[in-house]
Design a protein. Sequence first.
Length: 345
Amino acid sequence: MEYRPLGRTDLKVSNICLGTMTWGRQNTEIEAHEQLDYAIGKGINFIDTAELYAVPSGPEYAGQTEKIIGNWLSKNGNRDELIIASKVAGYSTADWLRDGEKETRLNRDQMTYALENSLKRLGTDYIDVYYTHWPDRKIGLFKDSFGYNHIDDPDAVPIEETMEVLNDFVKSGKVRHVAISNETPWGAMQYLNSTGPRVGLIQNAYSLVNRLFEHGLAEFSMRENMGLAAYSPLAAGVLSGKYVNGALPKGSRRELFPEFTTRYSSDHTSVAVEKYYNLAREHGLTLTALAQKFVDTRPFVTTSIIGATSMDQLKENIDAFDIKWNDELEEQVNKIHRDNPSPAP
């Protein structure tokens, strides 16, 4: 296991971060605790969750993942040995996340409510890394991220106001470090220029089929020591190879929640994935190994967030980081990318 600095702090996180968003929906608490035991035993010290999880979320699922982690921490008594990250939701109409509110916003009252409830569910008095899960302003995100459609959003909570709240969380000792997620270069610039704690991580999607982070945000990351916590390095399982040739495994996320995986299910993506699949086979690798190691070897990546619904998947994901990357793989991956640039933004 490799450990990398979190921004300009003296905190070091494992280059593999354990993702948890299936816990409480696709995974039981017993299964989640088994994953935690194995991952920590392999040297992972970074755990990622959010008030929204499990995903797909809803009134009966939100917060369940944090509770599962909290129960495991209580059972093991090892809170201070680990780095726990959680997230506060940006603008949405998910009124079930907030008592008495019609929508979620990144303002003081709602963020304070969110933090206090995350702390309670996790059974801890501090969170190591606290992300804004997505912006308060309305921008194209996830499956709506093709092109740019400017939206005049005068009611958006200013980033400066959100940073004031995060600053107070840090001063109170309830948050150690702040971070952002699903942000743009403009948004990252606003956070970095705001008074308050320095943003040490940005969590955005990044994979062989989505390299948009390299356009603008990678420079921010390198010049400002704002490392990437890459989510979906396997593109919602697409880059595991399990959907190649139209396969649809029973119990997979694409089979259970097809609307949740549309970001990665275009014909363009399938063409690119098949090329990466064949490249991996030519080198005696699994597609999982090729995809995970590609992300891990980018100079702007601090950690890759891996998730699994089975122990076999978890073990394969962790083992993938042990392969050797070389110039030939780099050249051939980039050739496929040039012919099929980021088909799954």
